[in-house]
Structure formats: C-alpha cells, structure tokens
Design a protein around this ligand. Sequence first.
Ligand code: MUC
Ligand code: MG
Length: 367
Amino acid sequence: MKIVKVEAIPFAIPYVKPLRFASGEVHTAEHVLVKIHTDDGVVGVGEAPPRPFTYGETQAGIVAVIETIFAPQLIGLTLLDRERAQQRLQRTVGNPAAKSAIDIALWDALGRTLNQPVTALLGGYTDRLRVSHMLGFEEPAKMVAEAERMIETHGIRTFKVKVGRQPYTLDTAVVRTLRERFGNEIELYVDGNRGWSATEALQAMREMSDLGLSFAEELCPADDVLGRRWLVDHLDISFVADESVTTPAEVTREILGGSATALSIKCARTGFTQSQRVHHLAEGLGLEVIMGNQIDGQLGTMCTAAFGAAFSLTSRRAAELSNFLDMSDDLLTDPLEIHDGELVVRQGAGLSVEIDESKLTYYRLDQ
Ligand code: MUC
Ligand code: MG
C-alpha cells in the first residue's frame, strides 16, 4: 500500500460543441490525468480540469505543482496515511483541482487494494443519482432543442440554465421559453457565474418570479460582500454558493455571513476528503446541497456520482453529471451512460473505471 510513483499526464479532447457561461467558455477538455502507483502494483486514477477563470489553475501549472511539490511529499506514505497526505497537500495554498485529483486517485487506489467500491467506503447510501443537465449560452432555440434532446434521449428532467449576461433579459427570455415549452414537466434553476451585479440579479429574479425556479447560484460575486448579502436577503428561493466555497472555511464564512443558503459540492475542487468535510458541515448547518459539475470528463463525472450516491443529503437533488455527453471522446474503456434520467454508480473496486491506454496515448500531450 506504499505510494511509489505519482504521474501527472496532460491530455486534450475536443468538445463537439463548446460550453459558454458568464465567467468563461470551454472548447477542449485540456485536463490532467493523475495516476498513483503503489509498491504492490495497484494504480489509482483521478482527473484534474483546470479552470483558470475560476481558481487560477492551468494545465501546465497542475502538472508542475504535482511533479515538483505533491509527488515528492506523497512518495513513501501508505494509502492509509490519509490525514498526513491531506496535511502535506494543504501546506501549498490554492491548486484545488490538482490536490483533488491526487486525493481521488488515493481513494481509488485504496478501493482497488481493499477490493471495495469507493462509494461504499464513503457512505454507500444509494447506487444511483438523478441527473441535472447544464445548458450553456446559445441561441434560445438551440437551448430548447438541447433540453428536448436530453429529455428524449436520456430522460433528464432537471436543467441548470446559465445566466449572467447583459442585458439580463437575454437570459430571462430563455428561462421563460424553457418553462413555457416544457411546463412543470421539468425542474429549472439558474447559475450566474458572478456575471450580474446584485441589483441586476434581483431585477432578473423578480422578472422570473413566476417561473418556479428551485435555486439561484452565484448570481453576483461573493466579493461584493454587502451587495451579495442584500441580494440573498431579498430572494425567496435558496441561493447556492459554488465557486465562492472551495474550502470548509469558505463555506462557514459565506453561510454565516448571509451570502448563501445552499452549497454546490464539486469533487473536482474538494476531492473526496475535503468534500466529506464540506458535506458534514452542510449537514450540521442544515443546508441543501447540489452535486455540481466542473465541466468534468467521464472519470470526474464518476467521482461526482460516487460521492453523491454515498450520502442521503447529496443524493436528494439531481446531480450535474451530463456535460461529458458533449465531448467528442473520452478515456474510459467502458463509457458512462445516462438512462431514464439516472446515472448508476458502478459497484466494482475503487471507482470502477479503467483507462483505455490506447486512447490516452492518442490524446496525451507529453509524448
Ligand atoms: C458551474 O456550476 O459553475 C462553470 C465553470 C466551472 O468551473 O464550473 C462550471 C459550472
Ligand atoms: Mg456554478
């Protein structure tokens, strides 16, 4: 169970269609595959999606921080030295996606070693999650057509609509069209990725007050401290903190400060270990939770599903698990599938996924 080698492999897989939102856009999955090898031949895997517009990380930076700082800190520890591994990773500030991919690879290796699914080791509450699909900025007709395709092909009935553009009526018109087209057959919520001011956000939310939205996420920046509290105070639906809550301390600060009333948990930024801590905090504080998507590939999506299915609180709401459907290819030998609006969490050892080495050879950027 001793860690002997840590690999950080950059790869690039194009999207069939880009995902656009208020803080950026993604055309290619330029991610980093992390592999952790143990002395008994076990290999655990994790996937880091760099999001420079959210956390400041880049693909080259993730490879560099893993190779130069994290790998030397981890080699020699065993897979059971989990708190020591965390403490060493946390000595470096920031770098949430790099740390998370390592943490996930350690859990995968542990699961494979013990011949147990990670989802069972974490909590084992259920074996499936309902899926929520994220609709990026497009012409309104294309967004409606995409929702239609997701309903018909995958049975998905929950949609997170990206908002945060100026004028805000561009977005409110799309949300209204979706509600009119699909009626109460679908659940809708919105995510602004900090694109609006507090005032714009409140005007937009008032305009949509008859549309039965479940949540509003990061409509304006948390750094607009008083404006954000004022907004949250004036809304009558839950306000989800996403990119403003990347650590348990940030969760505490934003929630106790009145800047949010619910949380998005993303394994891509808090791995499994820190996600557990965020989950326990949410449970203690009595907060609703959504399992979020950091525009993950299939490996990252499996991690979100494995974590979300592990607990009652994280499996209550539809989880954001479907954006991998827009990638032109992926790295897994056995692709994930969404049927009847659900993703089933596999119950094999570790994360129950295998990397297709020939695809990795084709898409990797370092050879
Ligand atoms: C989301 O929920 O904000 C967009 C950027 C990112 O890091 O995650 C996505 C989705
Ligand atoms: Mg978000």
